[in-house]
Write a protein that binds this ligand. Structure first.
Ligand SMILES: [Zn+2]
Length: 231
């Protein structure tokens, strides 16, 4: 079994890379955020429990997150392993995951970190502007309006939400990065960490991740080429 942990700050490109890796490696992409939404949507026992915390604006306790994750990993499609996204988020979760996988005679094979400098993350995350009239969304770096401050489509004024302001983004990111660095350190100490430069173009990041994944877990992880897929 091949369990990969994908690590990266918000804005590092994890959301783009995870589904591509899943496809190329033939492993399911298991994102804890998706599991929460699905469990709540389905109204499962664990979903209802999770929702009680979410409605109060509290973090869902590790015990609930782990139960949901292990249920997911027990599904047949995860029999050969999975790409874990959004878990572990802290040292306690990393330990819980190691114990839970060990009970199944398995382990994390590699932790892949997409590394992007903090200043660049702030730049990527804080450039969001929204058109006042119709909610059209722009981004200073990836999708700027033709005329600064005005919507291309209806000419209305672009505004920035408090959440998207540079100072707000920087403060929130600092907290998230401190937990991420602990998890990165955890896997580094165990010789499981591979770091990929997230400043490179997305396609190169993908190749870097794939090379690191295959190098660490060996030929057990099948590529899409090996499955004979075309295109
Ligand atoms: Zn507009």
């Amino acid at each position: 079994m091949t369990f990969l942990v994908l690590l990266g700050a918000p804005g590092a490109g994890k959301g783009t890379q995870a589904p591509i890796l899943a496809d190329r490696l033939g492993l399911p992409h298991v994102a804890t955020g998706d599991l929460f939404r699905l469990a709540v949507h389905e109204g499962s026992a664990v979903g209802l429990e999770a929702r009680r915390y979410m409605e109060r604006g509290q973090l869902v306790p590790d015990s609930i997150t782990v139960k949901m994750l292990l249920d997911r990993l027990a599904q047949p499609d995860a029999g050969g392993g999975a790409i874990l996204d959004g878990f572990p988020r802290n040292l306690a979760q990393a330990d819980i995951l190691a114990t839970a996988l060990a009970e199944r005679g398995s382990a994390v094979g590699v932790a892949l970190e997409i590394e992007v400098p903090e200043a660049e993350l702030v730049r990527r995350l804080s450039g969001r502007w929204i058109c006042q009239a119709n909610g059209h969304v722009y981004n200073e770096s990836s999708h700027p309006p033709r005329v600064a401050g005005l919507c291309d489509l209806d000419g209305s004024t672009l505004i920035q939400r408090e959440d998207d302001r540079r100072e707000t983004v920087a403060a929130r990111l600092a907290a998230q990065l401190s937990a991420l660095r602990e998890v990165v350190g955890y896997y580094r100490e165990r010789g499981l960490l591979r770091t990929i430069d997230g400043l490179r173009p997305a396609a190169e990041v993908t190749e870097g991740l794939l090379a690191a994944a295959r190098g660490a877990v060996g030929p057990g992880a099948r590529s899409s080429e090996a499955k004979g897929r075309v295109g």
